[in-house]
Design a protein around this ligand. Structure first.
Ligand code: NAD
Length: 360
């Protein structure tokens, strides 16, 4: 039976992970999806228990699972620790050890939250796009790199480098994702200037031959930055290199409004997926049942789609979230200051989603 490792972590992590687990358990009951759970420590909670932000045995248990659902790590309590011993190291280590080279960040505007965006409602209404970012290559990792003294001047250097295997594998992830969605893929690049991007265009075109059902387009990254603000609805899946994806995925995410709504998935060659909300451990509201669990719940929906091959269950979870929002349920982060809308706690919001799912 496929197993999911829950790593709730710190701060609001345990609260939102608990709500997401409740939704996955409802999916097991409602859709007959086979699934069981393991649970472990990561981040500050793990440092407190065993002195390390990610113990070897937790990593081994992750390798034995189909997927990992993570809450968040970190908090002021562990801030005085040296960088190498901090909670975030646990997260970086598990991503690296599991070889997670593909980061998927959907940006979707729920009809009930159209007013929460900084863009005009007629621009944001209906946005449903997915940024697929290459996560383990490109200029963030390329060698040579560093700052040196050359002819008496400080000189800095980074290297953007990709080989065709790295490009082809992320392209496949993006084509597969597009195939499960509206079958449109936009490759974002800077091929008018960069040879690296020219190779991306070539390899993405080659991979496209295996996915004739997906319509492929190419777009320069500078134009894309504008087009995402002008007509974000026009895009389904976007695939791009690490640097461009870092910037565009934040831009796309912000269009949709609250941090408490944004899920993510990181996928790799080992077949294990890591799913986590984009937000951090929110220590300012931790332990008060005030967190928005929807990013974690939507991360669980991504887990159903990408790791458990249960797209219908994933869709049902997303529809349940949309339904709960259109019924008017709101956590505090979704209510503008001074607004009199009644507020649901983290647990109640999770329960609303479960009830919607069970009534569907
Ligand atoms: P944060 O995302 O934790 O919080 C930023 C703001 O958003 C806060 O006001 C918080 O209350 C709010 N917020 C975040 N998630 C929310 C939710 N689910 N519901 C309602 N409101 C929410 O970012 P931060 O304050 O910069 O960082 C706090 C800690 O989290 C730090 O230790 C940081 O290193 C860590 N962090 C972890 C991750 C991760 O685990 N992936 C990501 C970012 C930050």
């Amino acid at each position: 039976m496929p197993r999911v490792l829950l790593l709730p972590g710190d701060g609001v992590g345990p609260e939102v992970t608990d709500a997401a687990r409740g939704v996955l358990e409802a999916v097991v009951r409602r859709f007959g999806v086979d699934l069981d759970f393991d649970e472990g420590l990561i981040g500050g909670a793990s440092i407190d228990a065993c002195g390390s932000p990610l113990a070897d045995d937790v990593l081994e248990r992750a390798r034995a699972c189909r997927a990992v659902l993570l809450g968040a790590v970190g908090g002021p309590r562990w801030d005085p620790l040296p960088v190498d011993a901090r909670p975030e190291k646990g997260l970086l280590r598990i991503r690296k050890e599991l070889g997670l080279f593909a980061n998927l960040r959907p940006a979707r505007v729920f009809p009930a939250l159209v007013g929460a965006s900084t863009l005009r409602p007629e621009v944001v209404e209906g946005i449903d796009l997915l940024v697929v970012r290459e996560l383990t290559g490109g200029i963030y990792f390329g060698e040579p790199r560093g700052i040196a003294l050359v002819d008496g001047r400080r000189e800095a250097r980074n290297t953007m480098v990709y080989d065709e295997v790295e490009i082809a594998r992320i392209a496949r992830v993006a084509f597969e994702a597009a195939g499960r969605r509206r079958r449109e893929l936009c490759h974002v690049h800077k091929a008018n200037v960069l040879e690296v991007s020219q190779l991306w265009v070539m390899v993405v075109e080659e991979v496209a031959k295996d996915y004739p059902e997906v319509r492929l387009s190419h777009q320069l990254v500078d134009s894309m930055a504008m087009l995402l603000l002008r007509s974000p609805r026009d895009y389904d899946v976007i695939v791009t290199a690490n640097l461009f994806g870092d910037i565009l995925s934040d831009e796309a995410a912000m269009i949709t409004g609250s941090l408490g709504m944004l899920p993510s998935a990181s996928l790799g060659e080992g077949g294990i997926g890591l799913y986590e909300p984009v937000h951090g451990s929110a220590p300012d509201i931790a332990g008060r049942d005030a967190a928005n669990p929807l990013a974690a719940i939507l991360s669980a929906a991504m887990l159903l789609e990408h790791s458990l091959d249960a797209p219908e269950a994933a869709r049902a979870v997303r529809e349940a979230v949309a339904g709960v929002l259109s019924d008017g349920h709101r956590t505090a982060d979704l209510v503008p200051a001074g607004d009199a809308t009644p507020i649901s706690g983290c647990r109640a919001m999770g329960d609303h989603v479960v009830a919607k799912l069970e009534a569907a």
